[in-house]
Design a binder for this molecule. Structure first.
Ligand code: NAD
Length: 321
């Protein structure tokens, strides 16, 4: 079995490799070559932790496995460890033998940023100039860095519930030599692309904060009850997602579905746009929304890539197991 420790991931994985892995796996999901297993998520009654598994099988790439991990809210305060902890396990699909164990913390951020970037590549207007960020926490920096590579953005505008956190994203915009401006939520009307990446349980972005022609990547809602945008906004947009089953149950679409505003059939797979079986954006007036819920196959795809890179560079630790 091969081990790739968390400490090696930053040296091995690139945004480009994560982007390619995620784009390919979304396409494989839409063509039914790859599928995700039902998600397990448990409040374990210890350290207030939420622990779970996200797994799947990619028949085309022959990746079988799972990501195990979750959220330990006391880690930082008590132990100076980050609160999100995860490890990815890959198995040989021919034999069931354990193949690799890979640190999953940085990979989670990279694959999540890659997902919204893939959506921007395929759904945003080519002439998008202003990128709006709703959220300025841990994931937001990864999101912004990756998104800026997808179009010739001239300005980043940002809003955050805790305004004192906005320098987290201002710094990334300046590193990329792009102007940054803090705005009210109504200022998001100027944005051509908006990424929402918050842990909120009630909507921040309202339908009238979004202009015609915008592409939205809603990335924060990955659990029942969370919500970033007003449910009625979903009646005005073309909705795409990583996985329909997750979108309507734990993603941003859950609220519009529960309120009877949209149907399951209104939610399409981004992979179908990548494969060319869905036309995606067909006009500059259309508003598109990607509901990025985060699937196990994304984790397996980036983990498989990083294992190959670690073997190539002689960094993977081999153990007899
Ligand atoms: P974080 O704790 O570092 O940041 C949380 C962000 O949410 C901050 O910007 C904070 O100001 C904002 N926020 C908190 N309460 C709010 C409220 N009531 N209204 C509006 N904004 C509020 O978290 P993070 O690591 O950046 O993760 C952000 C979200 O992304 C989480 O919900 C996390 O579960 C989710 N996530 C999704 C995926 C995916 O694949 N879709 C992957 C990883 C994380």
């Amino acid at each position: 079995m091969l081990i790739v420790p968390e400490s090696e991931i930053a040296n091995l994985m690139t945004r480009e490799a994560a982007f390619n892995a995620v784009e390919n796996i979304f396409a494989a999901m839409a063509s039914k070559e790859a599928y995700n297993f039902p998600v397990i998520r448990e409040a374990i009654g210890h350290e207030d932790a939420l622990y779970g598994f996200k797994g799947g099988f990619d028949r085309a790439g022959l990746s079988l496995g799972l990501k195990a991990g979750g959220y330990w809210p006391n880690n930082m305060e008590k132990r100076e460890l980050i609160n999100h902890q995860s490890t990815i396990f890959l198995f040989d699909p021919d034999t069931g033998k354990a193949k690799a164990m890979v640190g999953g913390n940085l990979l989670t951020a990279l694959r999540t940023a890659a997902a919204s970037s893939v959506s921007i590549k395929h759904l945003a207007r080519q002439n998008a100039k202003v990128l709006g960020m709703v959220g300025a926490g841990h994931q937001s920096a990864f999101q912004l860095r990756a998104a800026l590579e997808q179009r010739n953005f001239e300005k980043v505008i940002g809003w955050n519930y805790h305004p004192e956190m906005l320098p987290n994203i201002e710094k990334i915009a300046h590193e990329a030599d792009v102007k940054f401006e803090a705005v009210e939520l109504s200022g998001m009307r100027e944005a051509d692309v908006i990424i929402t990446i918050t842990s909120a349980f009630s909507p921040s972005l309202m339908a009238d904060h979004v202009s015609t022609g915008t592409h939205l990547a809603c990335m924060g809602t990955d659990t029942k009850g969370k919500q970033e945008v007003e449910a009625s906004l979903l009646t005005k947009v073309d909705i795409f997602t990583d996985e329909v089953a997750q979108s309507i149950s734990i993603g941003e679409a859950q609220h519009a579905i529960a309120e009877g505003l949209i149907n399951k059939q209104d939610v399409k797979e981004l992979g179908a746009v990548i494969n060319g079986t869905n036309t995606g954006r067909i006009s500059d007036e259309q508003i598109t929304l990607f509901d990025g819920t985060g699937v196990g196959l994304q984790d397996l795809a980036v983990a498989a890539t990083v294992v190959d890179l670690a073997v190539e560079k002689g960094i993977a630790i081999e153990v007899d197991f």
